[in-house]
Design a protein around this ligand. Structure first.
Ligand code: AMP
Ligand code: MN
Ligand code: MN
Ligand code: MN
Length: 291
């Protein structure tokens, strides 16, 4: 099935994106997007703000909004990102889960700042809070402050030198398990998507085991189209999708207009013959416009 132009993986200033939800929406309109999921890291605030604006008529209803969040979790010490779509925002289990994640992120931010101080860098915690401005706080906020202070020349360098896995300001976090996250998504009426499967730097055999476990625990779909995925990787993912009877999803993982390698709504074309997560999301919607 072919859907209208959509993007099911995007970020705003509610987490580590640079556009406000309203600015993201305006850009989505310019890019001709008709179905948009805002999937900020560990928060639904981006979607929630847009929904209010749409309900009050301040933004157009030309774009169908889908609720979303990209939830951080672990499976056997591997950090995974699960895009939750079509979740009910008022679900108590979801609300509790998101506040737990906020607390984990605040605690992590303090520990990252302390590690940087140990490396003779200034204490940047308050600047990081200012940068995040109430957003779900993440390592990119640290990277941005380190850049602002000219302590690194780019965000990529901040990750390479300080914030990345195994680097000096890397701290362990007890993220919720994949099982817990899939349960929260299910309880809140949503569908779960394993985000950017080839971005975890796993061997293909390990990735296959993770996909099998994802299915076993009730996972619904796998992102198959996103910036950077190649045809060979997509073919492997398609094989797994077919084997486990999963659906497909696609999105740009948009964070900033400054990235030249990705744009809102841009990702490799998704084949029409695959079961699509949007079918589940829009099951109760009016007839879809086809292209
Ligand atoms: P967090 O969820 O706080 O651990 O931060 C993860 C986010 O950092 C990802 O979603 C990316 O947006 C960003 N990120 C991860 N690795 C890098 C990198 N090497 N350079 C720049 N940004 C990165
Ligand atoms: Mn991010
Ligand atoms: Mn991610
Ligand atoms: Mn993302």
């Amino acid at each position: 099935m072919t859907f209208s132009h959509y993007d099911l993986h995007t970020h705003t200033t509610a987490s580590d994106g640079v556009l406000s939800p309203a600015a993201l929406f305006a850009s989505a309109l310019e890019h001709g997007i008709e179905i948009l999921a805002v999937t900020d890291h560990d928060t639904i605030d981006g979607y929630s703000q847009l929904l209010s604006l749409q309900q009050s008529g301040e933004i157009s209803d030309q774009i169908k909004l889908i609720s979303g969040a990209e939830l951080t979790c672990v499976l056997e010490r591997q950090v995974l990102h699960i895009v939750a779509l079509n979740i009910q925002m008022d679900n108590p289990g979801l609300i509790e889960h998101l506040s737990m994640l906020a607390a984990l992120r605040l605690d992590r931010a303090e520990r990252i700042a302390a590690k940087l101080v140990k490396k003779k860098l200034p204490n940047i915690l308050s600047l990081v809070h200012e940068k995040a401005a109430g957003a779900q706080i993440g390592r990119p906020h640290f990277a941005k402050v380190l850049c602002d202070l000219k302590l690194v020349s780019s965000e990529a360098e901040a990750f390479k030198k300080y914030l990345g896995a195994g680097k000096v300001a890397n701290v362990a976090v007890q993220w919720p398990t994949l099982e817990q996250v899939l349960e929260v998504i299910k309880q809140s009426g949503g569908v779960s998507v394993l985000a950017h499967p080839t971005k975890y730097k796993l061997t293909m055999s390990k990735l296959r085991r993770i996909i099998a476990e994802f299915k076993l625990l009730g996972g619904d779909a796998i992102e198959i189209s996103y910036p950077g995925v190649n045809v060979q990787q997509q073919n492997i993912l398609k094989f797994e999708i077919d084997k486990h009877q999963l659906s497909v999803s696609a999105g740009s993982d948009f964070h900033t207009p400054e990235n030249k390698w990705t744009t809102l709504g841009r990702y490799p074309k998704v084949a029409d013959d695959l079961p699509h997560v949007l079918t589940k999301c829009l099951a109760d919607q009016v007839t879809l416009k086809r292209i």
